[in-house]
Ligand binder design. Structure first.
Ligand SMILES: [Ca+2]
Ligand SMILES: [Ca+2]
Length: 454
């Protein structure tokens, strides 16, 4: 039994071995088939790959095997998207359907075929100026009053002495500019003009850019106050007459021989009037006057009178007086009361000179009385004075000329038993005998001094 069992055991083992054998033979027999089928499979699958267009990033084996041709290019065995690198500055690359050409859709602020042009000025980086694009950046040109790369910094014109404010103005800086304000006490636009503000008593004087307030016309400054001008003794020189009107002072220099605001300039009469001296007299200017040097035959201020010729004459009852030459007075005839004026009572049968003066210009004979006016318009009388006709305030006779009415100036005189004369203001005076009212005073009382006749 034991053998049978063994036999069966061996038999069973044998079957198992046989079974593996056949499997092994089968496997060996078809091994090459499997390898062959696998190779064919691999071969077929490669052919499939080669026939498909590559997507971006996929392998490729030759040109033109990537998708979409132009924008996908096979570079180093990989399909690369040319479009991605075609546009600059984040431009979006597109491909035209028909031609497969690439084009760029540029984002705002860029332009050009490949969006390569950037407008750096697009967002107005220059705050106060104009912007200009240059290579890869922008340049600002600033408006006046600003500086900095972006023209955003104010120029302090005052601090940097760039202002054109007037010298009497204060500069105040402002954003983008500056202001000029005239200083206190000045008025104006601050640039061209800042002038003193004067009070009502004063007005402005502008002198070489230096402004000052001075008193208005007719007034002068006295310790800071404006005082009305008045005439003083020294205002008009050389006898000029001072006149004042509303504080405006002027000098009347008439008959002084001087001119100028204060009569301070001598007039050269010889130049003013070339024919001043007559009869070949030579004119010589003097300070305040002039003289004429006359030829021997002539005399008088202007050599106008020939010596020994007569220029005035008057007769009374018993005596005669006349003026000859330039102004010499001569009398002759009866002389009982001193009416010839020669200091005695001796009768003269020929002309006798009265005193040494040669400035007589008019003579008038009355009853034993003589009166004459000289070139200074002074009146003199002499001779009988019984009724006050000499105008001296008494009735004492005089044998030489005595001045009448010292404070008056005279232009005409007429002598009788009484005397009447007209002064340079054309007022009439009379004095002496008045028994018939001949003095015109409305009564018959004698007068011993010149009496105004209305
Ligand atoms: Ca400024
Ligand atoms: Ca003169």
């Amino acid at each position: 039994m034991k053998n049978v069992n063994n036999y069966l055991k061996y038999k069973e083992i044998d079957v198992k071995v046989t079974r593996f054998y056949f499997i092994g033979v089968f496997m060996a027999r078809f091994y090459f088939l499997f390898v062959f089928i696998f190779v064919i499979f691999l071969s077929c699958s490669s052919e499939i790959e080669k026939s498909r267009l590559g997507e971006e990033g996929e392998e490729c084996f030759a040109n033109n095997v990537c998708k979409h041709g132009l924008n996908l290019q096979c570079i180093g065995g990989i399909c690369v998207d040319n479009c991605k690198k075609y546009c600059e500055n984040d431009g979006v690359c597109k491909v035209e359907n028909d031609s497969n050409n690439m084009f760029c859709e540029c984002r705002e602020g860029t332009s050009g075929e490949r969006c390569e042009i950037v407008d750096y000025c697009r967002e107005n980086p220059c705050k106060n100026g104009s912007c200009k694009n240059e290579n890869n950046h922008y340049v600002c040109t600033c408006e006046e009053g600003y500086k900095g790369d972006n023209c955003d910094i104010d120029v302090d014109e005052c601090y940097n002495d760039l202002d054109d404010c007037h010298r009497y103005a204060n500069c105040i800086n402002t954003t983008g500019s500056f202001i000029c304000n005239c200083k206190e006490g000045y008025s104006g636009d601050g640039k061209n003009q800042c002038i003193f503000i004067c009070d009502s008593e004063r007005h402005l004087v502008v002198n070489e850019g230096n402004n000052a307030c001075v008193c208005v016309e007719g007034y002068h400054d006295e310790d800071g106050s404006c005082i009305k001008n008045t005439c003083t003794a020294s205002t008009c020189l050389n006898g000029g007459v001072c006149m004042e009107e509303e504080g405006i002072i002027s000098c009347d220099c008439s008959n002084t021989g001087y001119k100028g605001n204060n009569c301070e300039i001598d007039i050269n009469e010889c130049q003013v009037n070339l024919n001043l001296c007559q009869n070949n007299g030579v004119c010589i200017n003097t300070d305040g006057s002039y003289t004429c040097e006359c030829e021997s035959k002539y005399e008088g201020k202007h050599c106008e009178k020939e010596k020994n010729r007569w220029y005035d004459i008057s007769t009374g009852r018993n005596h005669t007086c006349g003026i000859r030459g330039s102004g010499k007075l001569y009398c002759w005839g009866y002389n009982n009361y001193g009416e010839l004026g020669i200091g005695n009572t001796i009768i003269k049968y020929a002309p006798k000179r009265v005193g040494n003066n040669d400035n007589w210009k008019k003579v008038s004979i009355g009853v034993s009385v003589t009166c004459a006016i000289n070139t200074e318009n002074k009146l003199y009388c002499w001779g009988l004075n019984s009724n006050g006709q000499l105008g001296q305030g008494d009735n004492r006779n005089r044998k030489i000329p005595f001045e009448v009415g010292h404070n008056l100036k005279w232009k005409e005189v007429s002598a009788g038993q009484h005397i009447c004369a007209i002064n340079t203001d054309n007022k009439l005076y009379c004095w002496g005998y008045n028994g018939y009212g001949q003095l015109g005073t409305g009564d018959t009382s004698n007068r011993y001094i010149p009496t105004l006749v209305n």
